[in-house]
Design a protein around this ligand. Structure first.
Ligand SMILES: [Zn+2]
Length: 287
């Protein structure tokens, strides 16, 4: 279903370019207090997403990132753990070489990717950015996206790994009003591809199609047989989206076990999405 929006007919790549040009695309790093605060927010978010009891990411699973400035972003280092992530395990990476490599469509083997990441990383010394850095670079250039969190939420992966669960997600339906308030009008779904470059390109393709349909970036992205991504303007929004998507996955699993789930109709979902009182609730929740 097409919805009106300023970006509706704009490709994701054009949106990236527009955002970068709007923000000036300045060169060089500047260590401002704001940058340090952003890094601390990213660490707090990482610890929340990696908290063992939540069953969203264990061991080295998952990765997080944050828009740092028009030229660079923060991303979790390869081999680190979300739950105990330290400032020295967060890489600062330049957007330009990563986005150029993605946009070129060139085939990239493991050695190419390692060289690309090494060349794009500005520090700390010896810290290698996550293998999903290409995907994060793209996601952080989307309008209004300041933070991205990728996890393997157990309840969500139950759906991602089930034909009936995946079919429900693909249908783009929502189950209850609060899910729309926090997680947006519809999910974005990416069929299985291998992690790394194939995943970055598949996510780019599906998010671009989502932008064409809805005019805004998705807040929730489901990766078949893999995991979940939440996109938010703040770290707290990425955590809130995770909490609500986890709850929705538990509800959907319960509904599937009882028969066929009853989703909100597109008309009901549209009404909630555009209802001024729900926008007030979003603001009150800091979303
Ligand atoms: Zn993953």
């Amino acid at each position: 279903m097409a919805r009106a929006g300023p970006a509706r007919h704009e490709s994701a790549l054009n949106l990236q370019r527009r955002k970068l040009s709007v923000l000036g695309y300045i060169n060089g790093m500047a260590d401002t207090p704001d940058t340090e605060a952003k890094l601390n927010e990213l660490l707090t978010l990482s610890h929340q997403l990696g908290e063992t009891g939540r069953q969203w990411a264990i061991l080295g699973e998952g990765n997080t990132s944050a828009w740092r400035d028009a030229n660079t972003f923060f991303v979790k280092a390869s081999g680190s753990r979300l739950g105990s992530l330290a400032a020295g395990q967060v890489a600062t990476v330049q957007f330009a070489p990563i986005l150029d490599a993605l946009a070129s469509g060139a085939a990239l083997d493991d050695a190419d990717v390692q060289a690309l990441l090494k060349g794009a990383a500005l520090g700390p010394p010896g810290v290698m950015p996550s293998t999903e850095t290409l995907m994060h670079a793209y996601l952080l250039t989307l309008p209004g996206v300041g933070f991205a969190g990728h996890t393997h939420v157990t309840s969500i992966n139950g759906l991602n790994c089930s034909p009936r669960g995946w079919a429900f997600l693909l249908a783009g339906r929502r189950l209850f009003p609060d899910e729309i308030v926090v997680c947006g009008i519809a999910p974005c779904c990416v069929p299985y591809v291998d992690p790394g470059v194939p995943l970055a390109r598949a996510v780019q393709q599906k998010v671009s199609a989502y932008l064409d349909t809805y005019g805004v970036p998705p807040k929730t992205i489901y990766l078949q047989n893999h995991g979940f991504i939440a996109l938010g303007k703040s770290a707290s929004e990425v955590d809130a989206i995770h909490q609500m998507a986890d709850k929705a996955a538990h509800i959907l699993t319960a509904a599937l076990s009882l028969g066929e789930p009853t989703a909100l109709t597109p008309e009901q979902a549209d009404r909630i999405y555009t209802w001024p009182a729900e926008h007030f609730r979003q603001k009150a929740l800091g979303l």
